[in-house]
Write a protein that binds this ligand. Structure first.
Ligand code: GYE
Length: 355
C-alpha cells in the first residue's frame, strides 16, 4: 500500500496548484488556510488531522461519498460506515456529503481519484449517469464499493462490489402484507384506494419499492393506485404533498410511504385534517425503513406496518475491503437481512434499536 504521506502530498499538489513544488508553497500558506478554511469546506477534509496522520503508515485511505442527510435512515447508514472504518480499525476515512446532488458526488469521486485513495465507497443518489466517473476510477486502479442504492452501468466491472438492500422485495413485502391484512377479519373494502409517496425519483429505493408493490397491486382488480407522487424522502415535503393528496382524494384508504420520514410528515398532515389513520382508522399506513421512531409509532397503532430497510452496512463494507487487501475474491452483490414489523413484534426489537 502507498504511504499515506505520499498520497497527501499528491493531494496537495492536485487540489491546489497541480505542479511540482506545490507542497513547499503550501507550507507557507497553511496558516492562512487555517484561518479561512472555507477553501476546503466542500470536501470536509480536516487539514490539521490529515497533517498529523501523515506520520502514520499503513492506514487504508477510503473516500466515502454519501448522497445526503435527508432521513433518519441516512444518518444511521453514515454512522455505520464511520463506525466500521475507524482509525483503530486501520482506516483513514474522507467523508463527503453530496446533499442530494449527483454532480457533487461526481466531484467528490474525482477528488478521491486525484488524492489517490485506496478505495472509494459511495451511496449513489440515483442509478443512472455513473459510467464515465466510474471508468475514471477503474482506470486509476481504485476499487469502488457501492453501498445502499445501486448504479445502472453498462459494464458491471466498473464497481468491485455492492452492499445494499433488496428494494423490490421490500415493495413486494408491503403488497403481500396488505393482501393478508385485507383478507383477515373481512377487512377487504370494495375498493382499495391507494396513494403512494415516493422517494427520490430514479433512486434504487424508489424504483424497487414502486415496482415491487406495483406488481402485487396489479394482481387485484379492486386495488387502485390513485396517484404516486414524490416527496423526496423528507418529512417536510411529505407533509406538504399529503395535504394536497387529502384534498384531492378523500376516498383514499391506504397510504404507502416509501420511508419513515415521509410517513411522519404524512401523519402530521392527516392529524391536521382530522383523518383517522392506523389501527382501526380509515387510512391504513404502510411505511419503509423501520427506524426507532417508527417502531414507536407502530406500538402506538399509528403505523400499521413497516417494512425494514437495514442501514447497518458498514461492517460488510469493512469486511469487503479486508478481503480485497488480502487479494481474496469478494461477493459481487451482498444483500443485508431485513424484517417486517407490526404491533406483534415491534416491541421486541425496539429495545435494541440504535437508530
Ligand atoms: O429508505 C430512505 C433514505 O436508499 C434505502 O434512502 C435508502 C433510502 C431509505 O433516505 O429513508
Amino acid at each position: 500500500m502507498k504511504r499515506l504521506s505520499e498520497k497527501l502530498s499528491v493531494t496537495c499538489k492536485k487540489l491546489i496548484f497541480g505542479h511540482v513544488g506545490a507542497c513547499i508553497i503550501i507550507l507557507c500558506i497553511l496558516p492562512v488556510l487555517f484561518i479561512g478554511h472555507s477553501f476546503f469546506r466542500g470536501f470536509d477534509i480536516k487539514i490539521e488531522q490529515m497533517s498529523a496522520d501523515t506520520e502514520e503508515e499503513d492506514l487504508i485511505v477510503v473516500g466515502f461519498s454519501q448522497l445526503g442527510s435527508e432521513s433518519g435512515w441516512r444518518t444511521a447508514h453514515t454512522a455505520s460506515i464511520q463506525q466500521a472504518l475507524t482509525k483503530d480499525a486501520g482506516y483513514f476515512l474522507i467523508y463527503n456529503n453530496a446533499r442530494q446532488m449527483q454532480e457533487n458526488q461526481i466531484k467528490a469521486i474525482r477528488s478521491f481519484i486525484s488524492q489517490r485513495v485506496d478505495y472509494i465507497v459511495f451511496a449513489p443518489v440515483i442509478e443512472d449517469g455513473w459510467d464515465t466517473v466510474l471508468l475514471e476510477a477503474k482506470s486509476a486502479g481504485i476499487p469502488v464499493i457501492v453501498t445502499d442504492r445501486m448504479v445502472n452501468v453498462q459494464d458491471d466491472s466498473l464497481y468491485t462490489a455492492w452492499i445494499g438492500t433488496d428494494a423490490k422485495e421490500e415493495g413486494k413485502k408491503a403488497g403481500r402484507w396488505l393482501e393478508t391484512y385485507l383478507g383477515q377479519k373481512r377487512r377487504q373494502p370494495e375498493e382499495v384506494n391507494i396513494v403512494v409517496l415516493k422517494g427520490t425519483v430514479g433512486s434504487t429505493a424508489e424504483i424497487g419499492r414502486t415496482k415491487g408493490f406495483g406488481e402485487i397491486a396489479a394482481q387485484h382488480d379492486n386495488w387502485h393506485i390513485l396517484e404516486s407522487v414524490t416527496a423526496e424522502f423528507t418529512a417536510n415535503k411529505a407533509k406538504e404533498v399529503m395535504r394536497s393528496m387529502l384534498r384531492r382524494y378523500p376516498e383514499m384508504n391506504v397510504l404507502i410511504s416509501q420511508n419513515d420520514d415521509m410517513t411522519m410528515g404524512a401523519i402530521e398532515a392527516m392529524e391536521e385534517a382530522g383523518i383517522r389513520f392506523g389501527e382501526g382508522g380509515d387510512v391504513t399506513v404502510i411505511s419503509f425503513d423501520a427506524t426507532r421512531d417508527a417502531l414507536e409509532l407502530i406500538q402506538e397503532g399509528r403505523i400499521n406496518v413497516d417494512v425494514e430497510c437495514n442501514p447497518v452496512q458498514g461492517a460488510y463494507v469493512g469486511e469487503t475491503i479486508q478481503k480485497l487487501e488480502k487479494g481474496e475474491t469478494v461477493q459481487k452483490h451482498y444483500v443485508v437481512e431485513e424484517k417486517v414489523f407490526t404491533r406483534e413484534n415491534a416491541e421486541e426489537f425496539l429495545e435494541h434499536r440504535k437508530y
